[in-house]
Ligand binder design. Structure first.
Ligand code: F6R
Length: 252
């Protein structure tokens, strides 16, 4: 089912697999139309199925990533890039090791830097210098965060070192043995960088996301719900499974 609400084009799918396939189709068509696309990429549980589907299509020779540049939204800080909890490790194992993207075209905030301010400035500059993000993939936190832009009293525009809030640490603890092991900080693209993307595709799956999705679409635009700012972007496609869409289906 497709519905439009405000600027949002919303696709409601039957399940996680269909959501993942639709999202993968969007990435692949972007790269076919513009082979030197700059892709903004997300980690977390939600896009794993999309990455699998992209790899499947790559193996069938349907898409070529040799000219693509990628910019990840965020990375824990500090963390060794080899640590299997780092987003560098996640991206290598879930996507980059399986497609023909060039190593030098992959950008992930440097979790090993001693100079956070310089790293953040460089990250924004690199995105600007290569013409900005063509297609940004986003997930959404249970608390309405995008990237690691946590609910706050203002929108943080640029790449920055973010303190992860309690809900995020709780949600991310599912990947760690102990909650104490979850990193408390992350380098994250800012809201400004995300909003400058030419096109945004946001994915959400499962009932735990339903409230955040409802607030993003129908709520007031406010930094307490960072994703609500997407109401002001002119090209956002939201792909949901039925559970994530449960609170908006009858509201339209
Ligand atoms: C990850 C990111 C986060 C996640 C969000 C949802 O790079 O930027 O905003 O998209 O926390 O995470 P999952 O998909 O694990 O529910």
């Amino acid at each position: 089912m497709n519905i439009n609400i405000g600027n949002f084009k919303i696709i409601i799918t039957e399940n996680y697999e269909e959501m993942s396939k639709k999202a993968s189709d969007m990435v692949i068509s972007q790269v076919i139309i513009k082979p030197d696309s700059n892709l903004g990429l997300a980690t977390g549980g939600t896009p794993v199925g999309m990455y699998k589907e992209i790899i499947r299509n790559y193996e069938l020779d349907r898409v070529d990533f040799s000219k693509v540049k990628s910019f990840n939204l965020d990375e824990y800080y500090p963390i060794s890039r080899d640590n299997n909890q780092s987003y560098t490790y996640y991206m290598n194992t879930n996507l980059f090791n399986h497609i023909n993207i060039l190593k030098e075209n992959i950008h992930i905030p440097n979790s090993e830097t001693n100079n956070v301010i310089e790293e953040c400035e460089n990250y924004d500059k690199m995105m600007e210098d290569c013409g900005g993000i063509d297609l940004q993939i986003l997930g959404i936190g249970n608390n309405g965060h995008i990237g690691f832009n946590e609910p706050d009293t203002y929108f943080e525009a640029r790449t920055h070192l973010a303190d992860l809030n309690k809900e995020t640490i709780e949600a991310n603890s599912r990947y760690f043995e102990k909650k104490e092991d979850v990193p408390k900080k992350a380098l994250s693209m800012g809201i400004g960088s995300i909003m400058k993307a030419k096109k945004i595709v946001l994915l959400a799956s499962g009932e735990s996301k339903a409230k955040a999705v409802e607030k993003m679409i129908f709520g007031k635009i406010e930094p307490g719900v960072p994703a609500s700012i997407l109401q002001l972007h002119e090209d956002v496609i939201i792909i949901l499974d039925k559970e994530a869409a449960s609170l908006i289906i009858n509201k339209k």
